[in-house]
Design a protein around this ligand. Structure first.
Ligand SMILES: [Zn+2]
Ligand SMILES: [Zn+2]
Length: 435
């Protein structure tokens, strides 16, 4: 442990910590590894510490003790482990609990001892060679889909085959625009329901049947983002819709059977719990500290560097400290943007560039895994609130969720995000050389 000094002459090894001679100033607590801290008297420097402070009430007493020691410098000759960051690396096969400040969840990080990141990842069995003639998303087959909602094309003929990005209604919609959104009840007020009012649209990302999103030319990805924004902002004008989720299912384990690259959008008459919760947590953090939780988190990650995959002038791709799944990757704006709908068009090329890099690294490094991608953005009416940053989440589907995870809601991640980031950075560098 190069970045630490001995305490009472004994190396600060976690296993022997309990055996250290007690100090009269009561410094002899075991390190707070699970809380992202190794020293009970470390200064408050991170959002994790903020959480500790508010939830465990540690901050007050810690602050007092730090002040006391500062005023009595000669009273203690302890040397404490010097850690560069609260996000300390663990030795590679130690399991720990990491706190997710964005969801208030604990994540179990239990790295497998396997040499490869995932010993037996879920693999796609669907053949990539589905027939183009029978693919309803291929140009020339427009009549096989419902009439289009919108499209980018040089010509002006609706449903013609010259489009570059095409939007159609989902043939099997989860929610439908005609349904009544009013809340109603069954026999008892305990059983509430609403009509399944909503919108469910499919975005065909490219005319090319075989070209995955990360392999598209950057200007094609920009066209897709422009179209996503256009539909997003258009649907938000409908007061019945409270939230819009943009998502992508790639591969069998992510829940798609359509090979042709596409993503989807669902507008809902209520704000889904997960979005509401993340937004509320960020709001509370802002009330308490005056700082945006996500901008603070991004700042910490950029300082720390170990979990950063890529950075460009507008965006950063990072693997979050408390990643819920192996190789989880987020893309966040580096300026204050709460809503995906309000990303300036001048920044879309930078967004396309970094998304392409992240997807290519995941595709090449993990052998075209199934993945889900979601865009988390402020709910309707909160688009200009300063405490949120909209972000893309890429969630590779390399493992199945276990009964423990479903029952507890506590994810088990078997790859350290630091190791995953380092691995993807290597692939990203190799991709850049290959270009
Ligand atoms: Zn001491
Ligand atoms: Zn196709």
């Amino acid at each position: 442990m190069a970045n630490s000094r001995s305490i009472h002459g004994i190396p600060p090894d976690h296993a022997t910590f309990a055996a250290w001679p007690p100090c009269r100033f009561r410094h002899d607590k075991p390190p707070m590894v699970a809380f992202g801290r190794t020293h009970p008297y470390r200064r408050r420097t991170s959002v994790v510490d903020d959480w500790n402070a508010t939830t465990l009430g540690r901050f007050t007493s810690t602050r007092r003790q730090v002040d006391w020691i500062a005023q009595n410098p000669a009273s203690c000759d302890h040397a404490w482990p010097q850690v560069s960051s609260p996000y300390r690396r663990q030795s590679s096969d130690m399991s720990t609990l990491r706190y997710d400040v964005t969801t208030n969840d604990w994540v179990i990080v239990a790295p497998s001892r396997a040499r490869r990141p995932i010993e037996q990842p879920l693999r796609n069995t669907v053949s990539p060679k589905t027939a183009v003639q029978s693919c309803p998303f291929c140009p020339g087959n427009e009549r096989m889909t419902p009439p289009e909602i919108d499209a980018v094309r040089p010509g002006s003929n609706l449903n013609a085959d010259d489009w570059r990005v095409r939007v159609i209604p989902n043939l099997f919609p989860a929610l439908q625009i005609e349904e009544n959104p009013d809340s109603r009840t069954e026999s008892s007020s305990f059983f509430r329901y609403r009509g399944g009012c909503g919108a469910h649209e499919v975005f065909i990302e490219s005319p090319h049947h075989e070209l995955a999103l990360g392999d598209q030319p950057p200007d094609q990805i920009v066209l897709l983002f422009q179209m996503l924004q256009r539909r997003y902002n258009d649907l938000l004008r409908d007061p019945r819709f409270q939230a819009i989720l943009i998502f992508k299912n790639h591969g069998e384990w992510a829940g798609t059977s359509m090979h042709h690259p596409h993503c989807q959008l669902i507008a809902t008459p209520v704000v889904p719990r997960q979005s509401r919760q993340k937004f509320t947590i960020a709001e509370e953090y802002y009330d308490r500290t005056g700082v945006g939780l996500y901008s603070r988190l991004l700042e910490e990650e950029l300082n720390e560097q170990t979990r950063v995959l890529a950075v460009n002038e507008g965006f950063a791709a990072v693997l979050p400290y408390a990643s819920h799944v192996p190789f989880e990757t987020w893309i966040l704006p580096r300026t204050q943007q709460s809503s995906f709908g309000s990303v300036p068009s001048s920044q879309l090329p930078a967004l396309a560039e970094i998304l392409k890099r992240a997807l290519r690294a995941i595709h090449a490094g993990l052998d075209n895994p199934s993945f889900n991608m979601t865009i988390d953005t402020a709910p309707r009416g909160d688009e200009s609130k300063p405490w949120f940053l909209w972000h893309i989440q890429i969630l590779p589907r390399l493992t199945r969720r276990s009964g423990f995870e479903l029952g507890s809601g506590m994810p088990i991640n078997t790859v350290l995000p630091e190791d995953a980031a380092s691995f993807l950075r290597d692939v990203d560098r190799a991709n850049a050389i290959g270009d």
